[in-house]
Design a protein around this ligand. Structure first.
Ligand SMILES: Cc1cc2nc3c(=O)[nH]c(=O)nc-3n(C[C@H](O)[C@H](O)[C@H](O)COP(=O)(O)OP(=O)(O)OC[C@H]3O[C@@H](n4cnc5c(N)ncnc54)[C@H](O)[C@@H]3O)c2cc1C
Length: 354
């Protein structure tokens, strides 16, 4: 059984299977609706239901408040149709985004490496080629867990094409069932169902502006893919990575980025540690990403384009610092690594995009 869904302002009508979410149906049929967490936590995929009946599924009550439900809003990543319907979605034209329909992949775990005490690199061999833009993410189906879990692809499209493997850098979230399973139960040789690619966190290459990447924790994954992609394409755009971890042992891929600096004069790398013990042999910057970026750029960011990736609290702090330094929403792109713990957090009132 299926229903017809019309998506405004495009006027496109698509088929939605019973039990299929509106977002899944749209993305698989080549229609982009803004989205992020993919399982009802962040509210990025909020749409207006103009006509028809929806079931809100497991939409988090903070991401979709009661008054919003009453006003006909729904989260496309959770809502399913109970009749034919029409929705209005916030669909922007983006000349740098390719519309790549979401597909399912059956992957095999080919390697697992411990990057830090809390982050593992998981390599997944794909059963068919995956076309994606650097910065995008996939959703993993984790046995026994409702809703997919989002992880950004940490290697570049060219590397994925050459090896047939995607690399995911998974931080174990305290109390999180999905990441606990990935860290403790998953082993080499296991099969894992993956869908993708998702998201619009991608470099707006057409702008040709100097690039600032700000990453915290496992939020390094998307910027790493983007930086490798740009360097592989021989882009000459100046780019700076400000990368924060708490301690030296958590600063994974540090050697790799230092090697890139010696190879590419237009790439600058600024690692910073916020919790490194005083008196250790760490000679680099200390403090949070936003403060260190402010010091590095002398407090002025105008004329750049910034890409922020990591925990929501880091992103909010970076947005405030960038705006104080005269860089505004048009030139700031973010990927918030939402987990259920972040569902009820406040968002920046200064920033429209989630
Ligand atoms: C677009 C995107 C890309 C991402 N990419 C990456 C990546 O590359 N690497 C990476 O490591 N992470 C990434 N993440 C984050 C990752 O998806 C989450 O860490 C993961 O989904 C957590 O799943 P979980 O099942 O372990 O924990 P969850 O079930 O999400 O729980 C996390 C924590 O929240 C608590 N919690 C549960 N419900 C509530 C509630 N209602 N209120 C308060 N607390 C609650 C839990 O007890 C637990 O402590 C990304 C996220 C997004 C949205």
């Amino acid at each position: 059984m299926s229903y017809q869904l019309t998506i405004e302002p495009l006027g496109a009508t698509i088929e939605v299977e019973e039990g299929q979410t509106l977002l899944d149906a749209a993305l698989r049929q080549g229609i982009y609706i803004p989205h992020a967490c993919g399982h009802g936590l962040c509210g990025t995929c909020k749409v207006q239901v103009c006509d028809g009946e929806v079931d809100h599924g497991h939409a988090n009550p903070f991401a979709l408040m009661d008054f919003e439900r009453d006003a006909g809003k729904a989260l496309a990543c959770c809502a399913t149709l109970q009749s034919d319907g029409t929705i209005e979605a916030d669909i922007d034209e983006d000349p740098d985004a390719q519309m790549i329909p979401v597909r399912d992949f059956l992957t095999t775990v080919s390697r697992i490496e411990t990057l830090t005490p809390t982050i593992k690199a998981i390599y997944l061999k794909l059963d068919q080629p995956l076309h994606f833009q650097a910065g995008q993410y996939v959703q993993l189906v984790i046995p026994g867990i409702e809703g997919g879990r989002a992880f950004s692809i940490a290697n570049s499209p060219a590397q994925v094409q050459a090896t047939g493997e995607i690399e995911l850098n998974v931080r174990r979230v305290p109390g999180g069932a999905g990441t606990a399973w990935l860290h403790q139960t998953l082993k080499v040789g296991d099969s894992l169902q993956v869908s993708g690619p998702y998201g619009r966190f991608l470099v707006r290459k057409s702008a040709q502006l100097p690039l600032i990447f700000m990453a915290g924790g496992s939020g390094l994954s998307s910027p790493r893919s983007m930086i490798h992609d740009l360097l592989e394409e021989k882009s000459q755009q100046p780019m700076t990575l400000v990368y924060g971890q708490r301690t030296r042992e958590e600063l994974y891929y540090d050697d790799q980025f230092r090697a890139l600096v010696s190879q590419y004069p237009h790439f600058t790398y600024v690692p910073t540690l916020s919790g490194e013990p005083e008196g250790s042999d760490w000679a680099g910057a200390r403090g949070f990403v936003h403060d260190v970026a402010k010091a590095h750029f002398g407090g002025t960011f105008a004329g750049n384009q910034a890409y922020l990736c990591g925990p929501p609290v880091m992103i909010e702090a970076c947005i405030a610092t960038l705006m104080q330094g005269r860089l505004f929403e048009r030139d700031i792109y973010t990927e918030k690594f939402f987990s259920a713990a972040d569902a009820n957090q406040q968002r920046s009132p200064l920033f429209k995009r989630v």
